[in-house]
Design a binder for this molecule. Structure first.
Ligand code: PLP
Length: 384
């Protein structure tokens, strides 16, 4: 079976898979109500929030959109921080919702610059919300949240944080940082199947929603509508006016149990150990890393291709000969980079040693001037 070493969807545990093999259950009544609130509570622990939290039967892009569309009204200014593909996605969404977009752009491979954010907030005091991506999966860059969230909080500006590829794998203290809308999804560091996404909504965010001149123009992706249905149907059908994908809830519940049994601090520490060991192994092989240590993602790594090596050819060889799926670069970086996901279940020797070995074998076969022995370096660094 192909090993998924991409930045999501990621491999899940056998116990999570077992949940998916259970008979189909219905999405209302006491059993589902209990499951729903159990999952919400566990998610709140992972989000480190006591704020409101919604589960959407949709992928993380829907959660990004519901957050952004509730953070400002049409015509109002939003500042979108862009340092890769998913920050750019926020701009597309803001345009659909007729928000007035100001962007702060950092080059691919760099984190968002808080000084540039501050300069724009000073210049445009009427900005209502700031959106940013915590862990830019397109470039494997993590942006430090605190300096930017300190700015938004001090000015009473709402914040929207895409923690899609970091939540559960890196520390995202939603309440501690004052994130108004924190967004994530099931298929990455939570190690559950794709199909569910989540958004936390702070009290300040609800107050801003209540002040809107007009409600958000959506019925399905509408937080007030979801909240109203949850209140009305809380003892029967609390997820909102739709059929909850119960099999996905069961799988997510199991994945959350595994995460909470390991413990958030232990999981975050394992992610860092794996990240550092993987980076050390790539460097020892003579491969360049796209991101600096200071902003390196904990959940995926982007590796530069040596001279004369086309990343897409390498990926194809690794897939065909080793049955391991890796990701390429996105957009302008397509063939210059490969991206390796190491999230939750795959943040382990069982998955990374074969990946390193496959890369080494195929790079040598393609004539790249690399040093063998990356797997030994990984093992040694992982066990320090
Ligand atoms: C950082 C980030 N944001 C948003 C998304 C979009 O998620 P989805 O494809 O689940 O809608 C992804 C998916 O890769 C992502 O990595």
């Amino acid at each position: 079976m192909t090993k998924l070493m991409i930045p999501g969807p990621t491999e899940v545990s056998p116990a999570v898979l077992e949940q998916l093999a259970k008979p189909i259950r219905h999405h209302y009544g006491p059993d589902f109500v209990a499951l729903y609130f159990e999952v919400v509570e566990k998610l709140k622990t992972v989000f480190q929030t006591r704020a409101d939290l919604f589960i959407l039967a949709a992928t993380s892009s829907a959660a990004m959109e519901i957050a952004l569309s509730h953070a400002a009204q049409p015509g109002e200014k939003v500042l979108i921080c862009r340092n890769g593909f998913f920050g750019e996605r926020f701009t597309e969404m803001a345009n659909y919702h007729e928000l007035s977009v100001i962007t702060v752009d950092s080059p691919y491979g760099q984190p968002v610059d808080p000084a540039a954010v501050k300069a724009l907030l000073d210049k445009h005091p009427d900005i209502k919300a700031v959106a940013l991506v915590h862990n830019e999966s397109s470039t494997a860059v993590e942006t430090g949240l605190k300096p930017i969230l300190d700015l938004t909080r001090a000015r009473g500006i709402l914040s929207v944080v895409d923690a899609v590829s970091s939540l559960g794998g890196a520390d995202v203290p939603t309440d501690g940082l004052g994130i108004d809308f924190c967004v994530s999804g099931s298929q990455k560091c939570l190690a559950a199947p794709a199909g569910l996404s989540f958004v936390s909504v702070s009290e300040s965010a609800w107050q801003a929603i209540a002040r809107r001149a007009k409600p958000v123009r959506s019925w399905y992706l509408n937080l007030e509508n979801l909240r109203a249905y949850r209140e009305k149907w809380q003892n029967w059908h609390p997820q909102g006016p739709n059929t909850a994908p119960v099999s996905l809830y069961l799988a997510l519940n199991q994945a959350l149990d595994e995460l909470l049994a390991e413990g958030l601090p232990a999981r975050f520490a394992r992610q860092i150990r794996v990240r550092d060991a993987f980076r050390a192994s790539m460097r020892a092989m003579g491969l360049g890393l796209f991101t600096d240590d200071s902003c390196a993602s904990k959940t995926l790594t982007a590796v530069r291709m040596p001279a004369g090596i086309d990343g897409s050819v390498l990926l194809d060889r690794v897939l065909r000969r080793h049955d391991i799926l890796l990701a390429g670069g996105i957009g302008p970086l397509a063939s210059q980079l490969i991206r390796v996901g190491h999230m939750a279940w795959t943040a382990s020797e069982d998955y990374l040693l074969p990946t390193i070995q496959a890369l080494e074998t195929e790079l040598l076969a393609m004539g790249a001037a690399i040093q063998p022995g990356g797997a030994d370096i990984f093992r040694a660094a992982f066990h320090i």
